[in-house]
Design a protein around this ligand. Structure first.
Ligand code: FE2
Length: 130
């Protein structure tokens, strides 16, 4: 099992340590309720206030979206497609939920390892059209 890092592991550190954690930690952005069997969009963004490098020897390689033990989606990032400057990487997943979700995003930096987001609970309700 690889070691997993989260923003919480570093939040009591110095400003520099918190900035390090901020630029690595994925954040899930989505509604907290969804309609069953209807497309539902989940955005994952790496970093909220500090951009992560995107250099050949230091960059993000993939972002995964999980609901408990189920892998909902994965995006492999082609570094050169995003230029050489630091950036906030974002991706969007579109899923069709059947049951309520307990989402967590994982993202892998080739220099600083695997980072996890906070868990986000999404209540899935019966669609009004069914
Ligand atoms: Fe990094």
């Amino acid at each position: 099992m690889p070691r997993l890092f989260s923003y919480k592991d570093f939040e009591s550190g110095s400003n520099k340590v918190r900035q390090y954690a901020d630029k690595h930690a994925p954040v899930i952005i989505c509604d907290r309720e969804a309609a069953r069997d209807c497309p539902f969009k989940v955005k994952v963004r790496i970093g909220t206030s500090v951009k992560h490098p995107n250099a050949p020897d230091h960059h993000y390689e993939y972002i995964q979206l999980w609901s408990l033990e189920t892998l909902m989606g994965e995006v492999r990032l082609q570094r050169s497609s995003y230029g050489d400057d630091p950036l906030f990487i974002e991706t969007e997943f579109s899923i069709i939920p059947k049951v309520s979700l307990r989402l967590k995003a994982l993202a892998y930096c080739n220099r600083h390892g695997l980072w996890e987001s906070e868990e986000v609970f999404v209540k899935v309700n019966d669609s009004p059209n069914k």
